[in-house]
Every structure is written in structure tokens, then in C-alpha cells.
Design a protein around this ligand. Structure first.
Ligand SMILES: [Zn+2]
Length: 239
């Protein structure tokens, strides 16, 4: 899938359009997707390890169809890779160097996309983004790791949408490729990460809704720097 179609796929999944253009996944499809997502986040499926469709058919007691659909979705989200002649495996974790490069790139791209989005977003887009932020802030019942994984996926869509709203699709595509290398949320899944990020999003949303480009850029810088600080200790443990 090209990065351009990935960027527009994020665009097409936002709530206002979903009701008329996107086919809703079946309850079984969603259940299989969420089961695999939870296994990837809890590292029950270890980074880099193979994912055998036949084994999942036996383990989950469902046919290949919903499993393949879930794997295609997880591949588009960058959590799973599909290699020719090998099949599916869990995406490997980034190295520390890669981690630093990803955050350096985010700090170059995203303050700019946030600033431009604040300056040029339509009223409808402002409302969509506010709805996305609200959905992320809503408390999730059940498995904490799964809730965290869903939050991370929503966060990626939120940032992708801001990049699209900047009007610079080259920046949106570059960010989309970066996110495909992230999967960083698998590193740390405690509720503090989510709570802090929600607060930072609120500050960012206020600037976006006010159309204040400078404040939006500053809020995005702050959010990415804080996110980097939250994730970095994982690599200290590895050294
Ligand atoms: Zn965020």
C-alpha cells in the first residue's frame, strides 16, 4: 500500500465520514483484531516472531477469513509485517538509534503541521478533530493493555489527521511512514502514559480550535518532547 493511500485511509476512518463511506467490521472481525492487538501489546506475540494463520485458527476457533482481515489491518497499522514467502510476523522493535531518529523527525514535521492545521482547518474538520480527542479521552473498560493499544492506534490517526489538515501531503506521507516504524507503545503500557498524553492533547486542541498557529506548534513540540521522555527509559533498561 502506498503511503499516500495510507494517509487517505486515516482520513476516511474519521467519524463523520465513517457512517457513509466505510464498511463497518463485523463483531467477529473486531473481536479477532482486538485479540491479536492485545497479544502484540502484551508481547505474548514477541516482536519479530512469526504469526502462523493455521495456529491462530486452532487457538481462536475461527476460520482463516477474520484472521487474515485482522492481519491486513494490523499490517496497515505497522504492527505486523508480511514478508514474501515467509508470511506474517510481529514488527520488530526499533533500536535506540531508530527511536531517536523517529523523535527527531517528529519534532521537525509535527510542530509545522500543527501550526498550519490551526491556521487553515475548516469548521467541520475542527469538530472532527475535537471528536477524535474526546473519544481518546473516554475511559475504556476491560483489559488495560488492549485499551492502551487502542489508544495508541487512535493517537496515530489523530496525529495523521492533523498532518493532513496542514495541507502539506508530503509532510503527511512522511509522518505516515514514521508511524509505520514506531510501535513504540509496545514498550510501555501503563495508564500514566495515556493520562499525560490526554492532557497534552487538550492543550493542543485548544490552540487548534482557537486557530492559533504559534500556540499549536508549541503545544505539539511539548507533546512530542514529553512523549520522548516517557518512552526513553525503556532503552536505558536495555543498555
Ligand atoms: Zn498524541
Amino acid at each position: 500500500m502506498s503511503s499516500e493511500s495510507r494517509a487517505s485511509r486515516y482520513y476516511d476512518t474519521e467519524p463523520a465520514r465513517a457512517s457513509r463511506t466505510v464498511v463497518r467490521p463485523t463483531p467477529l472481525g473486531t473481536a479477532v483484531y482486538e485479540t491479536l492487538l492485545a497479544q502484540l501489546i502484551s508481547l505474548k506475540i514477541a516482536p519479530g516472531s512469526r504469526i502462523a494463520v493455521d495456529a491462530l485458527v486452532r487457538e481462536l476457533g475461527v476460520s482463516q477469513t477474520p484472521i487474515r482481515a485482522a492481519l491486513i489491518r494490523l499490517e496497515a497499522e505497522g504492527l505486523v509485517v508480511n514478508t514474501h514467502n515467509v508470511g506474517y510476523s510481529a514488527a520488530p522493535m526499533p533500536s535506540r538509534d531508530r527511536f531517536e531518529q523517529i523523535y527527531d523527525m517528529r519534532l521537525l514535521i509535527e510542530p509545522h503541521t500543527a501550526m498550519r492545521a490551526a491556521q487553515r482547518m475548516s469548521a467541520a474538520s475542527r469538530e472532527d478533530l475535537a471528536n477524535m480527542a474526546r473519544a481518546m479521552a473516554a475511559p475504556e473498560e476491560g483489559d488495560a493493555k488492549l485499551a492502551y493499544g487502542k489508544f495508541a492506534m487512535q493517537d496515530a490517526r489523530f496525529h495523521a489527521r492533523i498532518a493532513i489538515e496542514s495541507g502539506n501531503l508530503l509532510a503527511a506521507e512522511a509522518l505516515d511512514r514514521l508511524y509505520a516504524h514506531m510501535h513504540l507503545f509496545r514498550l510501555r503500557f501503563h495508564s500514566g502514559v495515556k493520562d499525560d498524553a490526554i492532557q497534552e492533547h487538550e492543550t493542543l486542541m485548544q490552540a487548534l480550535l482557537a486557530g492559533d498557529g504559534d500556540a499549536a506548534g508549541r503545544a505539539m513540540t511539548e507533546h512530542i518532547e514529553r512523549s520522548r521522555e516517557r518512552m526513553a527509559p525503556y532503552f536505558d533498561l536495555l543498555d
